[in-house]
Design a protein around this ligand. Structure first.
Ligand code: PEP
Ligand code: MN
Length: 345
């Protein structure tokens, strides 16, 4: 719509779109409101809309995904968490913690460490997608309770994985962000259920998913009504064995140009090798990632999962110092907001 279009003109266009048999979503922006058309399977006739009062132009969405595209919404989306963390703004966000929640002492200990170093979100799996059925599968509900306790003590927001559609509601009760793991990126019933949850979703790129497939999976979440979606580059399968995955740095600027959704990077799963995590984490920030999710463990050699890629606590603290320098060099803020606003207990 034109930037001076009135509320009545916007309403009139919505009514016409509905009369044509589609759904219309107003998308308010800084300059003007756009009206997104959903429900069409193919082209939309422009005849009735062209020339209506207040209409500036009709823009066909050329990508296979729609609501996640930059054509749909030009401005960056920002996902806001209850503890004040903004993902997708000029702030750089750090999410950190162990691969798995192992016991209460472990998660509380590492929560304080990562919070004091500058993280605002605590990670930790309670339901673990393991390649082997004999590997540690996570503490389940007890793990969620320990995470909630860590949030109470530290003010950190919680990100943790939901493995299946029936698990989404339980995870949503405890978590601030529902993680959908790489192995589940194309689990469409899970995506649909998470799309109906009233919590932000962290969607990780599948093991061999293209960027378009990642964005189409995100579209499932938005199509169900959940627009609080954060994408995550975590490496893809390759033929080389020196790293666990091929960390696709270029996916970050590519996603940024195709979509308004925030994207963070996971250099832990992206490399699988402790000594490479900090290097690639720095690179991801330089490449424009909105944040990082990093595995940190109080005792990596004895971790129950992903010890080889987990940072030692002091390594994480040093890493945050480096990341802060890079963030400053590219005009991003890095604030220790939780240290300023919550008490240390
Ligand atoms: C994890 O975050 O611990 C995890 C299992 O990640 P991914 O789904 O990316 O393998
Ligand atoms: Mn892990």
């Amino acid at each position: 719509m034109k930037n001076n279009a009135s509320a009545e003109q916007i309403q009139e266009v919505i009514l016409v779109v509905k009369d044509m048999g589609y759904d219309a979503t107003p998308i308010p922006g800084g300059q003007r409101t756009a009206i997104g058309i959903i429900g069409n399977d193919g082209g939309v006739s422009k005849a009735r809309l062209t020339g209506m009062d207040g209409v500036l132009e009709l823009i066909p969405v050329t990508q296979p995904y729609k609501q996640v595209s930059r054509e749909w919404q030009q401005e960056d989306s920002i996902v806001l968490l209850d503890n004040g963390t903004q993902i997708g703004s000029s702030d750089l966000v750090l999410m950190a913690g162990p691969c798995s929640v192992e016991n209460k002492g472990q998660i509380l200990d590492i929560a304080h460490t990562v919070r004091d170093a500058g993280a605002t979100v605590l990670r930790g799996g309670a339901f673990k997608p393991r390649s082997s059925p004999y590997s540690f599968q996570g503490l389940g509900l007890e793990g969620l309770e320990f995470l909630a306790r860590a949030r109470e003590e530290t003010g950190l927001a919680i990100v943790t994985e939901a493995l299946d559609p029936d698990g989404v509601d339980l995870v949503a009760e405890y978590a601030d962000i529902i993680q959908i793991g790489a192995r589940n990126m194309q689990n469409y019933p899970l995506l649909r259920r998470a799309g109906r949850a009233k919590k932000p979703v962290l969607l990780k790129r599948g093991l061999s998913a293209t960027i378009d497939e990642l964005l189409l999976s995100a579209e499932y979440l938005l199509a169900e009504g959940n627009s609080d979606v954060i994408l995550c580059e975590r490496g893809i399968r390759s033929f080389d064995t020196h790293t666990r995955n091929l960390f696709d740095l270029a996916a970050i600027p590519v996603v940024k140009s195709l979509s308004h959704l925030p994207i963070i990077a996971d250099p832990s799963h992206g490399t699988g090798v402790r000594s490479k995590v900090t290097v690639m984490g720095r690179a991801a920030v330089a490449a424009g990632a909105d944040g990082l999710i990093v595995e940190v463990h109080p005792d990596p050699p004895n971790a129950m999962s992903d010890g080889a890629q987990s940072l030692y606590p002091e390594q994480f603290t040093d890493f945050v110092g480096e990341v802060k320098e890079i963030a400053g060099a590219i005009g991003r803020n890095f604030t220790y907001s939780l240290l300023e606003t919550t008490s240390t207990s």
